[in-house]
Ligand binder design. Sequence first.
Ligand code: PLP
Length: 393
Amino acid sequence: MPQVVPSFERIGEENAFAVLARASALAEQGRDIVNLGIGQPDMPTPPHIVEAGIKALRDGHHGYTPAIGITPLREAVARDIQRRHRVEVSPDSVMIVPGGKVTMFMAILMFGAPGVEILYPDPGFPIYRSMIAFTGATPVPVPIREENGFAFSAEETLSLVTERTRLLIVNSPANPTGGVTPKAEIDALVEGLAAYPDIAVLSDEIYGTMTYDGQAHHSLLAYEGIRDRLIYLDGASKTYAMTGWRLGWSVWPKPFYDAARKLAVNSHSCVNAATQWAGIAALDGPQDCVAAMVAEFDRRRSLVVEGLNALPNVSCITPKGAFYAFPNITETGWRAKTLAKALLEEAGVAVIGGPDFGVYGEGYLRLSYANSPENITRALERMKTFLARTSGH
Ligand code: PLP
């Protein structure tokens, strides 16, 4: 029989989606499920951004736009970068894409090929590994360790470089750990990369506005020395609670930019026009909505970390960014994915097992605290009862 469906064995999926689908199925059966699995703000998009999107539709922005995005939005992104990172970038180096994922998809497609090695954080956003494998390149995990506060270690990252390494993916603040890589470590990493001018860097800064305890976010864009090979990834999904609008942006050095533009022309054509106009309202409008959201996540972070540390045999370091906690559950005696499954089926709490984010995620769970304080409290109570009941299981 002819094989009509090509093999997609090498392309993975976010296993987290399977957990979320099971959580929804159980909820549909009438089960009361508290969902701390999903990685998106639980707040609506701020009204002035929604209004700008509606106005754009009323004003007739219904057609294709340039593949790289409309000029006023690319200019707004350049202003955002100037305001937040104190770095001057040309709007002509900014590309508008349908979500942060598309920047990583393009970057990994651009560099990945058989014989090439790509370094990526583990535990980390699952798409990195999946896309690297899809291109035929070898995924080389950079361990992200609890003893380093889930920050990148420059030394360990550089020790994994070989003559085949073509791309390094960095993510801070990080999913799934909430780790933020301190400036000294980024300085050391950039310094070390000077010896390897053929390695491009993809800096995933989608959680860049979400740091706590006065911890600053240090953009890799601020490092002149690697600007000619740095791809900066950001977007509206998390910062402006716009996951479903599909709006991201990236900054690329010139030769990479031309390749990315071709990939856009060959795939999505452009981002939905009304979404792009809403993006201008997001970036140029008042930023107090962002500050309010981050302050709310900060309160919930305290609640979740305190609650997790009160669970039997669980310990959780305080995450410095994003909206995830990554508790260590090795002392419970459970394997992480088995525990996540049991918590969902038996306690009605959806969390993600650490191994869904890479082999170095064993021994951990990921909890998203982008949920109401009431739900977080309910989830922690259920987890406490469950762990007390099953200790020594
Ligand atoms: N990068 C990281 C680290 C993420 O956690 C996510 C989403 O969860 C993305 C990128 C993708 O964001 P988007 O929804 O804009 O594609």
